[in-house]
Design a protein around this ligand. Sequence first.
Ligand code: SF4
Length: 346
Amino acid sequence: MSRWQNILKQSITVPADLPEILQPDRVQSIDVTDYYPMRINPYYLGLIKKKGDPLWLQAVPQEQELDDQVCVADPLAEENLSPVANLVHKYPDRVLFLVTSQCAMYCRFCTRKRKVGTKNMVISDKTIEEGLDYIRQNPQIHDVLVSGGDPFLLSDEKLDWLLGSLRAIPSVEIIRIGSRVPCTLPMRVTFKLCRILKKYHPLFINTHFNHPSEITPEAARACGRLADAGIPLGCQTVLLKGVNDDAETISTLMRKLLTIRVKPYYLFQGDLTCGTNHFRTSIETGQAIMQQLIGHTSGMAVPTYAVDGPGGAGKIPLTPNYIQSLDKQLCFTNYQGKTCFYDNGG
Ligand code: SF4
């Protein structure tokens, strides 16, 4: 068994097994894990400093998950947009391909918490083959986002086979992998894994960090290895109440991501996923944070703030509006709040 598999095996899966100081207040009555699974591996557990801190909030089940009257199980209508099981075809030229139900940690805010890590998510060689067949039969698909669950929870051999099968489809130009492993179990990023991945360029990885405390020497090493394998790395951060919903935290996170060779890609408004309403922030909060980034820090550190529209509407940018008027002249407010003009030409 590899080191990362050994670490994963030691994960805590019920709140009662947490160290006493990290247990939720009413641990006896909590049955959240009957509905939504828990997995906190020893690496991520070691990053949690105290009960209620931003990492604790992301990892430890809370009763509010069972008291959500606002959100729905499948807000992005993924099931309706799946022509075959575990493959979401929302945009014409790209698909989301779910290849495992397992993650190195079950994040409390997960968009797919209706099924990730549970028996509701059935993934087998058969469903993966059906997904591959669908991609083969639809040559308009140029971009495949491999996700789950976390694809890096697959064995090296399985991942090698899967990526090889995708790369053998002539119409597939881009392969993207969505993985939180560089954040939640960075020791999974072995040299062997990187040797496999680099065979399948052009390959992109979008990882997922939500707080500066997640950027550790281990995470830096994992991202460095992937970058050294020639893989461009992006980060999709989710705006979460109590975790990162202030400008200083987001700004620090974005700058630290660049230091570990990860380009901030999206800052997502939380999806309307049942069991996550307690994490939701307002769009005004997100836009105020963006105004503290744009112009105040390197453009490299500024992600696109967006919401994934309910019902499969697709991603909509929520960039704050700097335009006051647009005619023969563009009149805009700059990052310092000054009114400026630009001749519109044409
Ligand atoms: S790693 Fe991603 S898919 Fe897995 S629980 Fe976390 S957010 Fe969901």
